[in-house]
Design a protein around this ligand. Sequence first.
Ligand SMILES: C[C@@H](C(=O)O)C(=O)SCCNC(=O)CCNC(=O)[C@H](O)C(C)(C)COP(=O)(O)OP(=O)(O)OC[C@H]1O[C@@H](n2cnc3c(N)ncnc32)[C@H](O)[C@@H]1OP(=O)(O)O
Length: 205
Amino acid sequence: MERGDATSTRASSATQITIDRDRNQLPRPGPRSWFISAPTSCNTMFSRSLPRLAAPLARQFTTATPNHPVFQLGRLNHVAIAVPDLAKSTAFYKNVLGATDVSESVALPEHGVYTVFVNLGNTKIELLHPHGEKSPIAKFLERNQDGGMHHICIEVDDINAALAKVTEMGVRSLDKKPKIGAHGKPVVFLHPKDCGGVLVELEQA
Ligand SMILES: C[C@@H](C(=O)O)C(=O)SCCNC(=O)CCNC(=O)[C@H](O)C(C)(C)COP(=O)(O)OP(=O)(O)OC[C@H]1O[C@@H](n2cnc3c(N)ncnc32)[C@H](O)[C@@H]1OP(=O)(O)O
């Protein structure tokens, strides 16, 4: 069922949600299931976005207990760009665009990348270059030989709560547990196919 079908199949949606809540479980993860499954934490948002739904259904949502801890989304930490030539791309931001706060190249073998951070003040650009033969960005660079935008990183205040919520809503994370990312803080990556075609990194701020 697509999001636009919600009002026309109101009765079946309500039944589904009630069954899921009563079993204390949510619908199985699957493509786009998080648009329609309305887990308990989104109940207020869901009911606001469909104000014409019957009032008893909205009240039923707001009294339910979330199955996961609550977390807050923060600012955009960085936009990562995979590049075939790290020195050349660093020079572009430094010498052509005039960036003044540019880090040295740092090897992160546990992530299979070298990174350079270009600090713009309001956010950062992370230049990524493959490190080692099993780099997770190698295939990406094979497909995008001039380089390209690889992921975005958004801060959260509680990475475990964020991971629990996205998992509950059917979004695949690429690791079962958070890893320590480029800033020495826990991170998780979310599958680009579940995030509108963009690889999304969440970082605990
Ligand atoms: C240091 C740290 C930090 O900032 O803290 C980092 O940056 S580490 C940065 C490097 N680490 C990571 O990226 C870790 C998470 N990444 C991964 O686990 C992987 O790279 C995946 C995202 C699962 C992709 O894996 P893999 O390349 O083996 O899969 P694949 O080539 O078969 O791709 C599967 C589908 O996803 C798409 N796809 C692959 N990478 C993508 C990306 N970056 N953005 C958007 N779409 C992407 C492909 O086009 C393909 O779509 P089609 O099927 O339609 O063709």
